[in-house]
Ligand binder design. Structure first.
Ligand SMILES: Cc1cc2nc3c(=O)[nH]c(=O)nc-3n(C[C@H](O)[C@H](O)[C@H](O)COP(=O)(O)OP(=O)(O)OC[C@H]3O[C@@H](n4cnc5c(N)ncnc54)[C@H](O)[C@@H]3O)c2cc1C
Length: 249
C-alpha cells in the first residue's frame, strides 16, 4: 500500500496546448535522480493515479513534472486544469530503476528521449552525481514532433555549460525541419547513421550504453534497430547488456 502525502502546486507552466509542467512542494521521501512518483487525485471519492518522473534534481524542494495532456485521457486533463495553490496527492516513496546505479560502466552514455521522456535525464544531469564521472561522453538526445515542443532548451544549455565537451546535445524534430535539429525519427536516424555523424561519436556494442525514455513506439522501434544493427541487448543487473528503458505507456 502506498503512503500518500499532500502536495501544494506552486506553479503550472503551460508550454503549449498539450504540454505543461507542474511544480509541487510536498513532504516526499528522498528519491534518486531518474525515479518516478505517482500523482493522485480524488474523483467521486476514488483516487485516480498515474506515474510521473521527477525532472528536478533530488536536492531541489520544487518537485517538477513535465506532462503531456492526453486529450481522451482520464487523468491528464484534470492535472492540466490545476492552478497554483491547488493540491494533489503524491506517493511518499519514489519508484523505478532508471537510475545511474543500474547503468554499467562504459565510455559513452546515450540518453535518448522522446517528448516528456526528457524529464529523468534532466534530473540525473542536474544532480551532478559522481557516478557520471565514469563516462567519457554523455549524449543527450531530445526528439519531439515540432520545434515548439523542445521546451527545456534553456535548462539544457545551462547543463551544457556545466558539463562542457563531456555533454553532447542533439535535438530531433519529426514533423518539421528546424535549425540545428535532425529531421526524422530516432530509429531511422540511428539506422542511417545520421545521429552518430551529427553527434560525432560512434555508437557501438564495445563502448556504449543506451538509455531510452518516453513513447513506447520509439522505444521498441529503437531497440529493434540497436539489436539488429549493433547486436545490443537489454540490460538487467543479473544479465548485463547495453539498453536500459523507461516506457511511459
Ligand atoms: C514510469 C512512468 C513514468 C511516467 N512519467 C511520465 C512523465 O514524466 N510525463 C508524462 O507526460 N507521462 C508520464 N508517464 C505516463 C503517465 O503515467 C500517464 O500514462 C499519462 O499521463 C496518461 O494518463 P491519462 O490518464 O491522461 O491517460 P489514460 O486514460 O491512462 O490513457 C489513455 C490512452 O492514451 C495513450 N497514452 C498514454 N499516455 C500517453 C502520452 N503521453 N501520449 C500519447 N498517448 C498516451 C495510451 O494508449 C492510453 O491507453 C509515465 C508512465 C510511467 C509508467
Amino acid at each position: 500500500m502506498s503512503t500518500w502525502v499532500v502536495g501544494k502546486i506552486v506553479e503550472v507552466k503551460h508550454w503549449t496546448d498539450q504540454l505543461f509542467s507542474l511544480i509541487v512542494q510536498a513532504p516526499v521521501n528522498a528519491f534518486v535522480a531518474g525515479q518516478f512518483t505517482r500523482i493522485g487525485m480524488y474523483v467521486n471519492s476514488t483516487i485516480i493515479q498515474r506515474a510521473y518522473s521527477y525532472l528536478n534534481a533530488p536536492n531541489n524542494p520544487n518537485l517538477e513534472f513535465y506532462i503531456a495532456t492526453v486529450l481522451e485521457g482520464k487523468f491528464t486533463p484534470l492535472l492540466r486544469a490545476l492552478c497554483s495553490g491547488d493540491t494533489v496527492m503524491l506517493t511518499k516513496e519514489a519508484y523505478g530503476r532508471f537510475v545511474l546505479d543500474e547503468i554499467p560502466s562504459c565510455a559513452n552514455l546515450w540518453m535518448l528521449a522522446s517528448g516528456t521522456g526528457i524529464g529523468p535525464y534532466l534530473s540525473i544531469l542536474a544532480d551532478h552525481d559522481e557516478r557520471l564521472d565514469q563516462f567519457s561522453n554523455i549524449v543527450l538526445v531530445h526528439a519531439t514532433r515540432f520545434y515548439k515542443n523542445l521546451n527545456y532548451l534553456s535548462q539544457i544549455k545551462k547543463l551544457k555549460n556545466i558539463y562542457s565537451s563531456k555533454l553532447r546535445v542533439q535535438t530531433i524534430t519529426s514533423q518539421e525541419k528546424s535549425y540545428n535539429s535532425l529531421f526524422g525519427r530516432i530509429p531511422t536516424l540511428i539506422e542511417n547513421n545520421s545521429l552518430e555523424k551529427k553527434v560525432g561519436l560512434p555508437l557501438n556494442i564495445s563502448n556504449s550504453h543506451v538509455m531510452l525514455c518516453g513513447n513506447p513506439h520509439m522505444i521498441s522501434d529503437t531497440k529493434e534497430i540497436l539489436k539488429k544493427k549493433y547486436g545490443m541487448k537489454d540490460h538487467v543487473r543479473r544479465n548485463p547488456g547495453h539498453i536500459t528503458q523507461e516506457r511511459y505507456w
